[in-house]
Design a protein around this ligand. Structure first.
Ligand code: ADP
Ligand code: MG
Length: 235
């Protein structure tokens, strides 16, 4: 029997975004549908608009025209976008964005500031998350005492702090060697499978993109319709 299409988690509809008074057109009309539980890689050369698109999906930036929807709701209609991000979206960045003065365990608790969990429970959850990413022995280390791969695993644990529905990773292996790259990609794949969350990975590394279920290629602010895995577009 043919598989029915899964419910839609996020939808990008005719989104444009430019910078410098329109001189730089980062997104020139993007349509993209992301299904619940999907694992999508967004690829494309540097400057093609990947980060801008990811920021739209995570409510970190807003379109000049067009709309982004999350479970059918327009992000532009959400009054408190920062609370939306904290509850629904996890972010992983190329340069980790860990706080240097905090231990791994404390870094993982940063997104829990608005969580109703008591302090002890937050700490317990952080330790559990660090265990899940294979860093049980590193919970009291500061970023400077960790390798690049370990730092990124702390950042991944942090991204899961509030059990997001959507995990956005922007070049998460961009600063890592081959070995750490495969470790981080295997970890993201395992987390995706186990938690059933939706994962969007921006990368220009084909070996990292190959972990995804489908790939969307960007080129000069547009989705490349000739890429091998063309995205499903809203009818
Ligand atoms: P990618 O992540 O694929 O490298 P980006 O989305 O970061 O691409 O950038 C797309 C285009 O928008 C590039 O030309 C970039 O220089 C430009 N751009 C991105 N952010 C800004 C900004 N804050 N101000 C001006 N130009 C920007
Ligand atoms: Mg980028």
């Amino acid at each position: 029997m043919e598989e029915l299409s899964k419910p839609c988690l996020a939808e990008v509809i005719a989104v444009t975004r430019s910078y410098e008074n329109g001189r730089v057109r980062a997104l020139r009309g993007i349509d993209l549908r992301i299904e619940e539980g999907d694992f999508v890689a967004i690829t494309g050369s540097s400057g093609s608009g990947k980060t801008t698109l990811l920021q739209m999906l995570g409510g970190l930036d807003t379109p000049d025209s067009g709309e982004v929807r999350f479970r059918g709701q327009a992000l532009s209609a959400i009054r408190d976008l920062s609370s939306f991000r904290a509850r629904k979206v996890g972010f992983v960045f190329q340069s980790f964005h860990l706080l240097a003065t905090l231990t791994a365990c404390e870094n993982v608790q940063v997104p829990m500031v608005e969580s109703p969990l008591p302090t002890k429970e937050r700490e317990k959850r952080a330790i559990q998350l660090l265990d899940e990413v294979g860093l049980a022995e590193r919970i009291h280390h500061r970023p400077s005492e960790l390798s690049g791969g370990e730092r990124q695993r702390v950042a991944i644990a942090r991204s899961l702090a509030n059990e997001p529905d959507l995990l956005l990773a922007d070049e998460p292996t961009g600063n890592l060697d081959r070995e750490s790259t495969s470790m981080v990609m295997e970890l993201l794949t395992r987390i995706h499978r186990k938690n059933g969350m939706t994962l969007i990975l921006v990368t220009h590394d084909p070996s990292a993109a190959a972990y995804a279920h489908r790939q969307v290629r960007m080129s000069d602010g547009l989705i490349d319709p000739n890429a091998p895995n063309p995205p499903a577009v809203t009818p």
